[in-house]
Design a protein around this ligand. Structure first.
Ligand code: FE2
Length: 351
């Protein structure tokens, strides 16, 4: 068993040696100095008790105690005080000394009991330190574990979102491809919208919403009667009424997916116009956000340039002219300008 370590500082050789021998006899490992500075220089966490004389040359007992307090080692300090110097003992206790021992040491039993009590105190301090640092390690480990779990959950929920959107898109593409007039429409609108968004310098988050909203903008057409959409020739009023429902229906379809809230609003508004003459809610430009306006331009351009069952397709040039004519009433001017310059660049440098 390792012996408890005690440091003693007393400039009186006789006292110092006497205390050393007694402590040695009690079985302690003793380190003795004749001044306070050496105690401060040599002490470390491995010591259990410090015994200090008060009057020493250089650093006295009180100054040594202050320097030890600054080290925050929390080793109990016992003062050696001459008989009758009670005020010194009180001062020492006030400075944080653990106890005091009266010189000369006649009562060995009392002396040993005082040392044992100080050692016990040190044991509690060390136990408390160990407990606190164990607790800190445990808290750190738990925090790390929680962070990792959160990361996995986030990743899982992101993958789930992606998988859900992909299922809807597969279904939509399958239905869209059945009709030669609508085949590829969603992909082209998404491609246009993404090009416009990139050119306008949208943030990564905004681009994600824009892309998903474009991919899902006509999802409502999945559930309305296909005969109206696929019909040859002009639509009747009643059939138009049915077609006009698709933005709201689309929003309702994805409303159950909480993470697509913003996309839902864009889908609902993608046939609104700046002049409030669109459908379904006749909202005007100030109620429409940028992403909605981008999709409206991309969607209308593709509708104009694609052959639909009820109309012939226009050339790209005609469609650009039509978009320009409708700036301010249907379309946002800046978006049209950006898109036209993209289309012109594509024409100049076809892939
Ligand atoms: Fe649409």
């Amino acid at each position: 068993m390792t012996r408890n370590k005690i440091i003693i500082a007393d400039d009186d050789n006789l006292v110092r040696e006497a205390v050393r021998q007694i402590l040695d006899m009690f079985g302690y490992d003793v380190t003795a100095f004749d001044n306070g500075q050496s105690v401060v220089d040599h002490v470390d966490d491995s010591f259990d008790v410090i015994i200090l004389d008060i009057n020493m040359p250089g650093m006295d007992g009180f100054e040594t105690l202050k320097a030890l307090n600054d080290r925050k080692l929390e080793i109990p300090v016992l003062f050696l005080t001459g008989a009758g110097s009670m005020e010194y003992a009180i001062k020492a206790l006030g400075l944080g000394a653990y106890d005091f021992i009266t010189k000369p040491i006649d009562d060995l039993e009392l002396f040993e009991a005082t040392i044992k009590r100080a050692i016990e105190k040190r044991r509690y301090v060390l136990m408390e330190h160990a407990y606190t640092s164990n607790l800190e390690i445990k808290v750190q480990e738990k925090t790390k574990e929680l962070e990792e779990n959160n990361r996995l959950l986030e990743e899982y929920s992101k993958n789930l979102e992606i998988a859900t959107v992909n299922i809807i898109l597969s279904l939509q593409t399958a239905l869209e491809e059945k009709d030669i007039y609508t085949a590829g429409h969603t992909n082209r609108v998404t491609e246009y919208a993404v090009m416009i968004g990139q050119d306008m310098g949208l943030s990564e988050d905004e681009m994600k919403v824009l892309e998903r909203a474009a991919q899902l903008h006509d999802i409502g057409k999945l559930v309305i009667d296909n005969s109206a959409i696929g019909k040859a020739g002009p639509l009747s009023l009643e059939e138009w009424g049915l077609v006009r429902k698709h933005p709201e229906v689309g929003k309702n379809i994805i409303s159950h997916l909480g993470f697509l809230g913003r996309e839902g609003e864009i889908i609902e508004n993608h046939h609104e116009r700046l002049d409030g003459k669109g459908y379904p809610s006749k909202r005007n430009g100030s109620d429409l956000d940028l992403l909605t306006k981008i999709i409206t331009v991309a969607d209308s351009f593709d509708a104009m340039t694609s052959k639909r069952c009820y109309k012939e397709n226009r050339t790209k040039r005609d469609a650009i002219e039509e978009m320009r004519n409708c700036v301010g009433s249907q379309f946002d001017e800046k978006i049209v300008n950006v898109f036209v310059s993209i289309l012109e660049t594509m024409e100049e440098h076809p892939e």
